[in-house]
Write a protein that binds this ligand. Structure first.
Ligand SMILES: C[S@@+](CC[C@H](N)C(=O)[O-])C[C@H]1O[C@@H](n2cnc3c(N)ncnc32)[C@H](O)[C@@H]1O
Length: 395
């Protein structure tokens, strides 16, 4: 693995400034986007709750939320899974038209950019945004997000395995990945590190040592890092200098403290290493390749039967990591309501928006039935599908 040497004091490259732009016909200045006429949309009846499900074009509705003091600047997490510029029309299990994905090129980018500009305003200072796309537009969207949110607020380009391997006959590798662009509004954001549970074999392999005195399992890691330093971390500790071209990871006072606490292992030749105890770890921190979160491979086994319905646990992971109970979560391309249900299950409040009738119906059904599978509703008398006490969808 290549080990780069970071500049002293953790300075960011270019200070995070974007020195390039994606230029195209029809790009509206940001301040003009925020002056577009807001529209209220229609409120869908989902019962007595602070949560909101809104029907209509999301740009106007998002702009109207800018006037709402209980929402604007208070949204802790935005997740969107917009159309992907596939030039396709999607139908649900009833072969009913769900939505069209026909915008392409500059028109598509500007469609997305305008919504991102407004979503940024709605986010709290410690909020996060996740934009789910595939290989078609993810790279153009990254440049636009650098522009809207600032490159220094880019956190991850998450690769997700979306489906089982494909038996492609084309002369290329099978495409099983899609991507989630993760940005924060500012440097400090709500973050609860998601971790996976250790499997016993893997734990023994990674933490092979056992402390004789306490029986605690640990691994040994270096106490120095690449790069030289002129400050305290570049000086001698217990008469030892860091190896050539390296510096101590901690100041000598902290190294002293770790040693007193029995957290330093001394090799027979007198080399110090840090003991990292297994029981001090929450689990295996999740990295930026997400496996085990595939979408259902056909509509029969989806929860709602809505096309492009996303994996529920994917949304749970995102919301848990970046919000606290009671926070606002917004999904303005909510489709079948995966984000809304995950937010609700975790005790967060949601605002969902969509401009498709089947999407709104699927969201309503899901909010009424939770994670119960509803894909089989096709062919059955639809009135047998449980719905919230509602006579009309809209108020
Ligand atoms: C990829 S699907 C989202 C699926 C969703 N994540 C789920 O788990 O079911 C995209 C959704 O965006 C909606 N949509 C597209 N353009 C929209 C717009 N301008 N305003 C509101 N919703 C829109 C479509 O109706 C569709 O339901």
């Amino acid at each position: 693995m290549a080990t780069g040497i970071s500049p002293p004091s953790g300075r960011k490259r270019n200070g995070g400034v974007v020195s390039y732009n994606l230029e195209y016909h029809g790009k509206m200045p940001q301040r003009e986007v925020l002056k577009i006429e807001p529209t209220e949309g229609r409120t869908v009846n989902i019962g007595e709750t602070r949560d909101r499900l809104l029907y209509g074009d999301n740009l106007g509705i998002l702009l109207s939320l800018l006037q709402d003091k209980s929402v604007c600047g208070r949204v802790r997490c935005v997740y969107i899974d917009p159309p992907y510029a596939t030039s396709m029309a999607f139908v649900d299990r009833d072969v009913q038209h769900a939505y069209s994905d026909t915008l392409e090129g500059a028109a598509y980018i500007e469609f997305l950019r305008r919504r991102l500009i407004v979503l940024r305003e709605l986010l709290a200072d410690d909020g996060s945004i996740f934009v789910h796309l595939d290989q078609n537009m993810a790279f153009e969207a990254k440049i636009i997000m650098d522009e809207v949110f600032g490159r220094c607020n880019f956190r991850n380009f998450i690769t997700r395995a979306k489906c089982n391997p494909k038996n492609y006959t084309r002369r290329q590798f099978g495409n099983v990945s899609d991507y989630i662009l993760f940005y924060t509004k500012n440097g400090e954001s709500v973050w609860h590190r998601p971790c996976l549970r250790w499997k016993p074999d893997r734990m023994r392999e990674e933490y092979p040592c056992v402390d004789q005195a306490t029986g605690r399992r640990y691994k040994k890691v270096p106490l120095h890092a690449p790069g030289t330093r002129n400050g305290e971390t570049g000086t001698a500790w217990k008469g030892r200098m860091p190896p050539a071209g390296k510096h101590w990871q901690y100041r000598p006072s902290k190294l002293e403290q770790l040693d007193r606490a029995g957290e330093i292992y001394w090799s027979p030749s007198g080399n110090p290493r840090r003991k990292v105890y297994f029981d001090a770890r929450k689990g295996i921190p999740i990295q930026d390749i997400w496996l085990g979160l595939k979408d259902a491979h056909n509509q029969n086994i989806r929860v709602t039967g809505y096309p492009t319905e996303k994996n529920f646990d994917l949304l749970r992971r995102i919301i848990r990591a970046t919000t606290n109970p009671g926070d606002w979560v917004v999904d303005c391309f909510c489709g079948s309501g995966t984000t809304l249900e995950a937010a609700r299950e975790l005790g967060r409040n949601f605002i969902g928006i969509d401009n498709s009738d089947p999407a709104i119906s699927a969201s309503v059904r899901r909010l009424a039935s939770g994670r119960e599978k509803m894909g089989d509703f096709v062919g059955k008398n639809k009135s047998s599908v449980s719905r919230p006490a509602q006579t009309t969808l809209f108020e």
